[in-house]
Structures are given as C-alpha cells and as structure tokens.
Design a protein around this ligand. Structure first.
Ligand code: COA
Length: 329
C-alpha cells in the first residue's frame, strides 16, 4: 500500500468582535437573567459584530494570524475551505472574499455549509485534497456572524450564540502525525429541529416572513441536546478507532462549545477528565463553525498543546451535521 501523506496543522488563529454582550445586557433586551443563562448554558458573555463588520472581516483576520503562525505566504495557499452558514452574500462563497482580502491568489476557495460542524467538514475535505496531491497547503476557517440570524425576541435562542472566526493552516509534511482520524455524518431527517425555516429559495423573503421572523434561527433545544451528546460521542469513538488509540491517549479534548451541560454530558459519556477538557463557552457563547478552531488556537497559544500531544475535537449542528477529528501535534 502507498505510504499515507501526512497532513499537519502548522498554524492557528482566531478573531472575534471587540463588542461584548453580557448576560446582564441581554436581560435588558429579553425576559432573561444571568442566573438562568449561566446555570443552563455556562455562557457569561458573547462577542457581537457591529453593523459595519462582516463575516469575511473576522475570517480574514483569523486566516492572516494562522498564516503568520505557520510562517506561510499567501501565495503558498492552495485551498481555502470556509465552514459557515452566515456568509456575507447568498453567493458566491465568502471564502472568495477572504481569498481577496488575504491575497491568496493561487488558492481555490469555497464555503462548506454544515452549521456548527462546518470547520470539521472543512478539515475532512482539505485533508482529502492534500492527500490526493492537489496541493500542499490549505486554510480551513470556521467563521460566523450568527447575531444577524437571531430573533432577538426569542429568549430560548438569542442568549446562546456569538460571533467570531477560527482558522488553521493544514500542510503536507514528511513527519508522522498530523490528522490521524476524521469522521463526518449528517441526518437530513432532522432539518426541522434546528434551522432558519424560511427566507431561502423555497420560501423567499416576504413581509409576512420577516414579520414572523421565520428567516431567523429556530431550534428545538431539548431534542438537539439529546442528539448532540450521542452523536458526538459516536464520532469520537470512530476517530479513535481509526487511529487505534483510546481516550487514555488523548491529551486535550475540544468539544463544540454549545452548552456546558452538553459538554459535561459528553465528557462523562466518554470518561474524559476535566483537566483534559477545553471549555471557553463562558467568554464566546456558541460561535457555531468557529467554536472548535477558536478553542484550538487558544490552547496552542497558552501552551496547553505541546508537540506530540493528541488532540480530539468534535462538533454538532443543524442538518443534523456532526463529526470529530483527531490530531497529533
Ligand atoms: N431565560 C429565562 N428563561 C428561559 C430562557 C432564557 N433565556 N430560555 C428559555 N427559558 C424558559 C423556558 O421558557 C421554559 O419555561 P417554562 O418552564 O415556563 O415553559 C424554561 O426556561 C425551561 O426551558 P427548556 O427549553 O426546557 O430549558 P432547557 O433546560 O432545555 O435549556 C437550552 C434550554 C436551549 C439551553 C438547552 O435545551 C440547550 O442548550 N439545548 C441545546 C441547544 C444547542 O446547543 N444548540 C446548538 C447546537 S449546535
């Protein structure tokens, strides 16, 4: 059998809006309070884009940081895969705007729509393209401005989400390690549990749709909760099997930051101890496709990931779409 091409994360970056919305701020907008939000979700604040800021601004900033970290020039980038469901425009891909912003003139750029799992789906596609020999370096960015999709009168959803972007440079290297396993899944029977029901081409925006806020995020929170835990746990076991490793081999677990109760339930199902678990939801809320790469960048910058460490990541979102990936740094 041919020797497998090794694909490593060689740089990470993230960017979030400076503007912060605290739980107390929210309690002045909808009927909620800091105590409810903190105990039910773990979220204390979220970063929210100002009206002049765009998804591509944060994605580009995160990519530039990741490229600087990887010591990589923009011309060297062969692919930009962007996980997002809140692109600047309906089309073309926001990744094309990022390409322009960062000067990655030789890249092929495209968006991937897999909601909160978008970055992991991007890692899957990028790894496949690099292993096929189609290029040597890829940017994989998860970036969202979900604040623009919120119904700010619906307290069951508007307290949960935040804006931001996280990016990595994936690179073909001779050394062993890098991406050791990837699992991706979708279940299209569950679309109604988490979506923007109208405002697409099936039901183009009308004054009635706007008035009913049917073009904003709708979610059956309790159902999502159950599926999220079960599905992410399954995907984590899959990638561990692919790499022939066990949870004892994992140095850090970065789950999607949707809710501390989901994170705790997942960690206890997998028997991951707290010292191996990254939780930053208190600061950012649920940033969808950006949540795992933001966590990854914070962990690397703070020295929590060391050379040789095994890092497991997992995410779950609308579709349903979910997945996991396993890296050796
Ligand atoms: N502030 C105060 N009360 C709120 C509230 C808020 N922001 N949001 C909902 N409530 C109320 C509800 O109206 C309900 O009141 P009632 O009992 O009088 O009807 C009560 O709190 C309990 O609501 P419930 O929906 O059962 O709460 P919960 O414990 O399931 O928590 C979520 C709700 C959304 C936090 C939780 O279901 C969740 O996190 N689900 C996963 C969602 C998610 O992460 N999705 C993204 C995945 S990518």
């Amino acid at each position: 059998m041919d020797k497998q091409i090794n694909v490593h994360i060689t740089g990470t970056g993230h960017a979030v809006p400076e503007n912060i919305l605290t739980n107390d701020d929210l309690s002045r907008i909808v009927d909620t309070n800091d105590e409810w939000i903190t105990t039910r979700t773990g979220i204390k604040q979220r970063h929210i884009a100002e009206p002049h800021q765009k998804n591509s601004d944060f994605a580009s900033a995160a990519c530039l940081q990741a490229m600087a970290d990887a010591n990589c020039a923009p011309e060297e980038i062969d692919f930009i895969f962007m996980g997002t469901v809140t692109g600047d425009l309906i089309f073309p891909s926001t990744a094309c705007r990022v390409q322009e912003n960062i000067g990655a003139v030789n890249a092929t750029a495209m968006d991937l729509s897999a909601a909160c799992a978008g970055w992991i789906f991007g890692i899957s596609v990028a790894t496949a393209c690099l292993r096929m020999g189609q290029g040597r370096k890829a940017l994989v960015v998860g970036s969202e401005v979900l604040s623009r999709m919120m119904n700010w009168e619906d307290r069951s959803t508007c307290v949960l989400f935040g804006d931001g972007a996280g990016a990595v440079v994936l690179e073909v290297k001779d050394e062993e390690g890098g991406v050791l396993g990837i699992a991706t899944h979708t279940d299209g029977r569950r679309i109604e549990m988490l979506n923007c029901p109208k405002g697409g081409t099936a039901d183009p925006v009308t004054p009635e749709i706007l008035a009913a806020k049917e073009n904003k995020i709708h979610m059956k929170g309790n159902d999502v909760f159950k599926y999220a835990v079960r599905s992410m746990a399954g995907a984590c076991r899959e990638v561990l099997d692919q790499a022939q490793l066990t949870l004892d081999d994992i140095d850090l677990f970065i789950p999607h930051q949707a809710n501390t109760r989901i994170i705790s339930a997942l960690a206890s199902r997998l028997n991951v101890s707290e010292d191996k678990l990254l939780v930053n939801i208190q600061e950012y809320g649920n940033t969808s496709a950006a949540s795992v790469p933001i966590g990854l960048n914070e962990a690397r910058r703070s020295g929590r990931i060391k050379p040789g460490d095994h890092v497991l990541v997992a995410a779950f979102g609308g579709g349903f779409a979910w997945g996991a990936a396993l890296f050796r740094f």
